[in-house]
Write a protein of this length. Sequence first.
Length: 442
Amino acid sequence: MEKFDIYKDIAERTDGDIYAGVVGPVRTGKSTFIKRFMELLVLPNIENKYKKERAKDELPLSGSGKTIMTTEPKFVPNEAVELTLKDNVKFKVRMVDCVGYLVKGALGHIEDNIPRMVTTPWYEKDIPFEEAAELGTRKVITDHSTIGLVITTDGSITDIERSNYIKAEERVISELKELEKPFVIILNTKHPNLDSTMALRESLEEKYGVSVVTVDCLNMEIEDVEKVFEKLLFEFPVKEITINLPGWIEGLPRNHWIKTSILESLKESIQTLQKLNEVDYSLESLNELDIVKSVGIKEINLGEGIVNAELAIDAELFYKVLNEMTGYDIEGDYQILGLINKLAQIKKEYDKIEGALIEANELGYGLVSPSLEEMELAEPEIYRQGNRFGVKLKAKAPSLHVLRCDITTEVSPLIGTEKQSEELVKYFLDEFEGDPSKIWES
């Protein structure tokens, strides 16, 4: 996927306002990610040099070690900047940095063995650093972002163990899920390509059900940014899904067993479908149907959340359905043309008598009038009547007269005694109560 397609699609899904809440535990590299993101994508695309300098001055501080660098939520840049990329792709972008939830081993929230007190815009009095950090993080998640970027780490970027991050990590992801905001998890690591890192990424994806991208935030490149946004696009909701079926299935009656089996399976599979990255899994159940040869995604419009899928049916099923509907045994295309020609001739003949059959059923009598093609014209003849002469024109044509006759049949066998006759009547009534017509087959 081209990178400018990614930004165009993201802009469409966020209505042109990319306000990314960068959240997660403390000391995971949130500020480092924002700083690098601004350097790679935002600053190079700000044309006004004064705005560019101002945005550069507003970049967050970042550092290594255990000490918490961010002390309060911060908009970066302070005011959203409108960017224009290639192909006239325009959008406003602003990152929202936050302190994050505290983890065991982090420093900076305790002074002289007592909680550090800080000033916040939400209270007139100072509050403990930990309380301010949590309040600010929640506000970033709920009030100031259209998308979420959860930054966590394997522990390689600090001296803090990976296990210390898990509780705070679970908390922030749970809160984002409750709000149903699209988000991805960025696993910040010094070793993004190690097998152990890949294994951790897979375990996190399985645990949280969200896409995870491994990134070295300090040395992040534009390709990493594109990968993050591409994964993020698949976390947006599905707005519409279209399943393309073979044309001949569209022509089947709505209650035909093929249509009903596909629809029932589809309804069941998409009941829990919400995000674009769940479409593949949801459609997989259709492959379990014996009649389905394959099903797959043909196209995804990431900007609009529209999925176009295609369902293929075994070709032999087509001939089976033809046999069911027509009674003719068809094994291949070569037989279809001959059958269609034969049925067309039959229909042509039936069309001639259709009206008469309807009249006969309704009124008791119907007439099939001859067509012009059926008329036989005799040669004109001169005839004489007295002393006058004339020309005789003669024509004949076949016509059909259709009569409806109600035929009544009565069978009155001699059985024997009255009691024997009563027993036979009772037998008939009991034996053939469900289907009286079977009496005539006995």
